[in-house]
Design a protein around this ligand. Sequence first.
Ligand SMILES: Nc1nc2c(ncn2[C@@H]2O[C@H](COP(=O)(O)OP(=O)(O)OP(=O)(O)O)[C@@H](O)[C@H]2O)c(=O)[nH]1
Ligand SMILES: [Mg+2]
Length: 468
Amino acid sequence: MTSSTDALTALPPSASLLSGGADTIVARATAEGRGALAIIRLSGPRAFTVAHALGIGTLSPRIATRVTLREPVNGQALDDAIATYFVGPHSYTGEDVLELSTHGGHVVPSTVLGACIAAGARLALPGEFSRRAVVNGRMDLLQAEAVADLIDARTSAMQQQALAQLDGGLSRRFLALRDEVILLEALLAYDIDFPGEDDGPIERGRITDGAVSLLASLDALSATAPRATILREGAFVVIAGPPNAGKSSLFNALLGESRALVTPIAGTTRDAIEAVLDRRPTPLRFVDTAGLRDTDDVIEKLGIEVSTRYLANARVVLACGSTVDEVERTINAMASHTGGAIIPVYTKADTRARGAEQTPESWQTVSAESGVGLAVLLATIDAAVATDTALTPPFAETMLTRERHRVGITQARDEIAQFLAGWRSDALPATVVAVHLQEARDALASVVGVIGTDDVLDRVFREFCIGK
Ligand SMILES: Nc1nc2c(ncn2[C@@H]2O[C@H](COP(=O)(O)OP(=O)(O)OP(=O)(O)O)[C@@H](O)[C@H]2O)c(=O)[nH]1
Ligand SMILES: [Mg+2]
């Protein structure tokens, strides 16, 4: 994907930063580099005029058509390509959209892109296609973020989460909460219309109950945020133990690739190395750490400090050792450093004759060399993560995936709490406490993008890549 700085410098000074303007944007939607095909996407009122300038004749909407693309000034052939035309509003952006599937590589896509610009289009800003889709009501802001998440997904759990959000799951949840606020406002309106009537149409308790239950719903949604982070980044599984215990070897074997340096020299790993294993339902983020021991070596000391910090965030600790004594000492050393589950791991099984040392049933015996015990160890880690109460609630379709969502919920929550305090004390007129309900409603609506300001859109789409 192109970096945003190139696009910004290529932007003509007159171009509107807001979408929905009269200009037609173009971008390469596929990644740069060698590949079979590239997609160049255009959106805006001049999309078809640009197509015409490139030598494309009549296109039927939504029918992929083989075309010869030509340089607009000298008519030189640029590519044998496929063009598909979508007439607005029935397109991704809601505008007229032209998609050109060209041959991939470096030269063809960039000359076609250049031809589109020569024919009157301008290079799109990051996320500008999706921004236009939001402004034109084709999707809401949460769905646009889901598009970005789907593209950026590193784990299949994140993929599933993003698809659910794209389908509108999170939007519906936010809008349902907003509707609860609107209901409270309606109930309060009765009270405003019939002030001081003891037997007014609405019992005071009904409004109180509604606000209390709304607070609980907001808290429940807030509580999903850490879980979403784990789905995106993986649950921390820290591999700990004395130097030379075989931690880096185990790390490499579990990930199926040589990521960490392995040597017979104790103290090889100085800095923590992380890598994600895409497990379902919860991805695991393994951390290989420096061996824990007392040392005077400054660099090794720093490494051990880092290990200790990782331990604090660990959901699972693999307490490794190549002797029973080492494993036991590791377990004891871990207990005070972590709140995660500790799984004792007896390493280098291939080096010992069967039954040479008796180990408790609950220990895992593994060999990074032969692969013995790795599958069982992984299943044991999955089970520990599945029963980890710190990771509840479990996977839900609606989770807060960004800080922006959490901030919106927190604002709404604060306003409802202030409303409730004012309403309970009965010290303020209903019209005054009602302002808090309006604020709560607006906070929830702006997360979905039902009401949006340009700076909210700017902040969201800045993170997108070009062509999206
Ligand atoms: N035979 C055998 N040797 C192993 C196994 N795992 C590790 N080793 C050897 O043990 C030595 C230390 O392995 P590492 O994986 O570097 O150990 P470590 O715990 O990461 O060590 P530090 O980073 O120094 O703390 C290396 O020579 C490995 O080849 C195993 O399963 N079987
Ligand atoms: Mg190591």
